[in-house]
Design a protein around this ligand. Structure first.
Ligand code: NAD
Length: 251
């Protein structure tokens, strides 16, 4: 049976790539995004949605269930980041960030989770980040928001098991419009040199992780994060100081 999937923030980046991956696997995909996609994943169905608005999110999820009979998979992916020093963060920005990155996940997971729990099955997924596990300068509020998503994932897993599973994908650096906006070419090169895999991820590589977590192959995985980071966290913060040892080895 084809999967009925809702992805927030699928007009761009990781969400769009995930929509493509699920559609390629035969799913029906709804894209809940504030912005109409300029280059939509072919076959995805856009619904204008502000994930911070719980009433709107619930009514859009209800409409999907009314039209399709169920919702099988949700990916709460919409998120923003703002690069600036902690001491200069403004309250209004912090509240906006938390309301999209954390409350937005709660709104979508609650609205879909109620249907899934009643139906007896479903998978609630979210895009967290390596920033939820390690500290990074200039993104203190963003990092705290992603740690909150990881904590949510564990608690909701306990409450909804065994009917509904939860999981997060925690990407490292991914080459998306969000990333391009905040990083110059020089900054991207500098970051690539610190990642053991030597590059940013492609959005499709994050989409593959979501596709796996939503599949029956992942039936025993709940309350966990799957880190997809090219080795960035493997050495803790040590991977931020890539030594070049691998490059100098001759075999
Ligand atoms: P992106 O900016 O390319 O896409 C984000 C999408 O979310 C956009 O289409 C935007 O319109 C939508 N959106 C923003 N606010 C919204 C709202 N209130 N309601 C509905 N939609 C809204 O970003 P991306 O890089 O693809 O990021 C997607 C997710 O991945 C985010 O949660 C981000 O924190 C996370 N992430 C990204 C990276 C990276 O390197 N790009 C790394 C780790 C985690």
């Amino acid at each position: 049976m084809e999967q009925i999937v809702i992805i927030s923030g699928a007009s761009s980046g990781i969400g769009r790539a995930s929509a493509e991956r699920f559609i390629a696997g035969g799913a029906t995909v709804y894209n809940f995004d504030l912005q109409e996609p300029t280059d939509p994943a072919a076959g995805s169905i856009w619904r204008q949605c502000d994930v911070t608005d719980d009433v709107q999110v619930a009514s859009l999820v209800d409409a999907v269930v009314a039209a399709e009979g169920r919702v099988d998979v949700v990916i709460a992916n919409a998120g923003i980041s703002i690069r600036r020093p902690f001491l200069q963060m403004k309250r209004a920005e912090i509240e906006k960030l938390f309301s999209i990155n954390v409350i937005g996940v709660i709104n979508l997971w609650q609205a879909a989770g109620r249907h899934m729990f009643d139906a007896g099955s479903g998978v609630l997924l979210a895009t967290a980040s390596t920033n939820g596990t390690a500290g990074y300068p200039w993104y203190a509020d963003y990092n705290a928001s992603k740690a909150a998503v990881l904590a949510l994932c564990k608690s909701v897993a306990l409450e909804l098991a065994p009917r509904v599973r939860t999981a997060c994908v925690s990407p490292g650096y991914v080459m998306t419009p969000m990333q391009r906006l905040e990083y110059s070419d020089e900054m991207i090169e500098e970051v690539n040199a610190k990642i053991p895999s030597g590059r940013h991820a492609e959005p499709s590589e994050i989409a593959s992780a979501f596709y796996f977590l939503a599949s029956p192959d992942a039936a025993f995985i709940t309350g966990q994060q799957l880190i997809v980071d090219g080795g960035e966290l493997a050495g803790g913060t040590a991977s931020a100081y890539r030594t070049g040892i691998a490059d100098s080895l001759s075999v």
